[in-house]
Design a protein around this ligand. Structure first.
Ligand code: PMP
Length: 751
């Protein structure tokens, strides 16, 4: 058919045709007696015809003052630029020669010329108008990102899907509100390395105007740098060459370049969404996914780049003012003026945080931090599914448990399905502290007793009751000592404590120390509360068999057993969803907090029918915010993400990998006395002089500060502040683990 079109409509002979790749039309390279051409054929559709006509007009306009830079429409024998036959539209274009940008070595000069080339082309198009192109809504046009939303579900891997959803959300938040104020023009809108041609080390031509759009001008640059950065070690640097070349010939505005970070992500999302969709539709067409791998690679790199750093490097390249902030003295002074000094700041040089994404946090100085410390953003900072759940519900209904609403029942059912035994009632509150406080009220009410046994170095909350039962607080700096109704169970620590055989005997030994204490108290203990791994106490897992021994004794004297799962719950320990499972016990009450709402303030007490019923003694229990529809929607999204992304299993696998790395490190560094924990919850205890009773407190602080300078966040805890705490978001990867351990190595070597 193609040969006949060429002969009949153009009078060409000696024709040699090669079929080229194409996205949604057919392209042919033609050699003939009259030279080289490109033949394009399309299935005829009315709106398509207008667009092709628009494309031809654009090309004719561009070719007015240029030669062999842009494809030039060739008139047929009747002086028309389009042919129609049997439902097929065809047209012929001049052949633009040159090497593809994708096939030549990239240099700063070449990239500069690339920017310059696009700017010159766009300058020519600034006053050109075409109503068909203007009306077009293409899903490849960055401003219409939302048209691609339906393709997100075609991305099979959940950890990839979440990246794309994250940037869709960022587009809505950061780009959409600016769109109306950006200058628009007709742009090529697809300056990728297989459309751009090079001669003598400079960009010399561009082909394939099929994606032309009337779109914000900056999108021309966004698309070009997106492809220019693929496969580069320092993507921001390479992007800057293109931007500089462009800016020199068509000056950009700071508000435009400040959006580039998000617009690049937008292009990458469009690309991977369409690849995923097209592969589903058309598994054979390899051209479709030509840039799929490099696009994913860049997207995965992009998520760890601080948007402020990106904006700053583009600004720098063009000589715009810096937006980096390094000095926070003013903010610190305001804070000190308004807040009590009882609130602390981490680090002598505090960090001003401005954003975050999954396991990364971004500061005002443009630095990215790998978050190996914050266990509250459990499924990842700003997880799009959690954010969306909150946003949507907030826009619809937020009220309290005095009304019926579906979100409460939906979430409660989902949460309680995670519990065994007769743990089947839940009270919702807004923090771990409120939950532990309520747990004690429930316990004293149920048992009629008023003494409590709590763990040495344990922490359960900031309420009056919380402080009273938390040895970490009442026994620490500023603490008022142990109250008369509190019994302190010796911490079952097999590293430094009295019993060290972790085969069950130590657990029994420690339990009996506590049981002996209990015996002196005439069956007055209402509750025993402990964390399965004592977090603030220095990440100390309870000795094996401890709870199995002590729980029956507590119950036998009429008390109830509470597990504080605020830090270790929700799959963090990898092997177990709840920490108490590790000890093969089922408590009577479970205290939940931190990870429950991924940063949204949520807490809960889960308990038995009997305990919950006894509490209904006529006095209403009401929490203004506990269990509200927004919190429930968020809590449900957290559990769903856990399941979809297999985060408990990731904690197990990545945790095992990280633990091995840490154990290897311990072999080489005698300052590491102990590595303990599992899943994504570890303690690294630092000691001096090979002596586990000589804490290396200063070293711990130095390492924490040194890692911070390297862009890695960890915590410190334990009674001697010598235990490095590692408890990152559950999406932590092996690469993240490598980065953390490499950081630790360099800090230990620098000590
Ligand atoms: N229990 C434990 C084990 C905790 O770690 C914490 C917080 N560090 C709490 C309770 C109190 O939780 P919140 O800070 O949400 O009040």
């Amino acid at each position: 058919m193609e040969t006949r079109i060429l002969a009949d409509f153009y009078g060409l002979s000696y024709i040699e045709i090669t079929n080229l790749n194409g996205y949604d039309n057919q392209n042919f390279s033609v050699k003939s007696d009259k030279g080289k051409f490109i033949l394009k054929t399309y299935k005829a559709k009315p709106e398509l015809q207008e667009l092709i006509e628009g494309e031809n007009q654009t090309l004719l306009n561009l070719n007015r003052d240029n030669e062999n830079i842009f494809p030039n429409p060739i008139p047929n024998l009747s002086s028309n630029f389009l042919n129609y036959e049997n439902g097929i539209i065809s047209r012929l274009l001049s052949f633009v020669d040159g090497e593809f940008l994708g096939n030549v070595e990239h240099t700063p000069d070449l990239f500069f010329s690339f920017g310059k080339f696009l700017a010159k082309m766009d300058n020519q198009l600034l006053n050109f108008r075409n109503s068909a192109i203007k009306a077009r809504q293409s899903n490849w046009d960055l401003q219409h990102l939302e048209l691609n939303k339906k393709y997100i579900s075609c991305i099979s891997r959940p950890e990839k899907r979440k990246l794309v959803s994250y940037y869709f959300q960022q587009f809505r938040e950061q780009v959409q509100p600016e769109l109306n104020d950006l200058r628009k023009s007709i742009i090529h809108a697809d300056a990728n390395e297989w459309n751009v041609l090079v001669k003598n080390g400079k960009v010399s031509g561009i082909i394939d105007f099929g994606d032309m759009a009337y779109s914000p001008l900056i999108n021309e640059v966004s698309i070009a740098i997106t492809y220019g950065m693929m496969g580069k070690k320092n993507p921001l640097e390479w992007a800057s060459y293109i931007i500089q070349g462009y800016h020199k010939h068509l000056p950009l505005l700071s508000r435009e370049i400040d959006l580039l970070y998000y617009l690049v992500a937008t292009r990458l999302c469009i690309s991977v969404c369409n690849s995923a969709f097209s592969r589903q539709e058309n598994p054979e067409n390899e051209y479709i996914s030509i840039s799929e791998k490099p696009a994913w690679d860049l997207l995965e790199k992009w998520i760890a780049i601080n948007p402020t750093l990106a904006a700053e490097s583009f600004r720098n390249a063009l000589g715009f003012d810096s937006i980096i902030q390094q000095d926070y003295q003013k903010e610190k002074a305001t804070r000190d003026e308004h807040l009590s000094k009882a609130l602390s700041l981490s680090f002598p040089q505090p960090i001003k945080m401005t954003g975050s994404a999954f396991q990364y946090m971004f500061d005002a100085a443009g630095k990215t931090y790998l978050d190996a410390y914050n266990n509250i953003p459990h499924v990842g900072h700003c997880h799009p599914k959690v954010v969306e759940a909150g946003q949507k519900q907030m826009a619809k209904l937020n009220t309290n448990t005095r009304y019926i609403y579906d979100q409460l029942n939906d979430y409660t059912e989902k949460l309680l399905s995670k519990f065994l035994g007769n743990l089947n009632k839940v009270f919702f509150v807004n923090s771990g502290s409120a939950a532990s406080d309520l747990a004690i009220r429930l316990a004293t009410n149920f048992t009629g007793k008023n003494k409590l046994m709590a763990m040495e170095y344990g922490y359960h909350g900031n309420t009056r009751m919380g402080i009273e039962m938390s040895h970490y607080k009442y026994g620490g700096k500023g603490g008022k000592g142990q109250a008369a109704n509190i019994l302190k169970a010796p911490i079952p620590d097999t590293y430094k404590g009295q019993f060290r055989e972790n085969n069950g005997s130590a657990g029994k030994g420690y339990a009996h120390l506590a049981i002996d204490l209990m015996k002196e108290n005439d069956a007055e203990i209402a509750a025993f509360i402990a964390e399965p791994v004592v977090g603030c106490g220095g990440q100390v897992p309870l000795a094996n068999g401890y709870l199995k021994e002590i729980y029956p004794a507590i119950r036998a004297q009429g008390g109830i057993c509470i597990s504080d799962e605020v830090q270790v719950g929700f799959g963090r320990l990898g092997e177990y969803f709840w920490g108490f499972e590790m000890q093969e016990v089922i408590p009577d009450m479970v205290v939940l907090g931190k990870p429950m709402g991924n940063g949204h303030p949520m807490g809960a007490v889960v308990t038995t029918d009997a305990i919950a019923e006894a509490f209904a003694n006529g006095m209403e229990f009401f929490s203004s915010f506990g269990g509200n529809p927004v919190s429930c929607a968020i809590g449900k999204a957290v559990l769903e993400v856990m399941g979809e992304e297999g985060l408990q299993e990731n904690a197990r696998q990545t945790g095992d990998y990280l633990k091995n790395l840490l154990l290897n490190l311990k072999e080489k560094h005698p300052e590491i006395g102990d590595i303990r924990g599992s899943g994504l919850f570890f303690g690294v205890e630092l000691i001096q002089n090979y002596n586990r009773n000589q804490p290396a407190t200063a070293l711990a602080k130095n390492i924490q500060n040194g890692l911070k300078d390297m862009g890695i966040l960890i915590g410190i805890d334990g009674p001697d502040n010598n235990v490095l705490k590692i408890k990152p978001p559950m999406c932590f990867t092996r690469n993240n683990a490598d980065q953390l351990v490499e950081g630790l190595i360099s800090q230990l070597q620098a000590k």
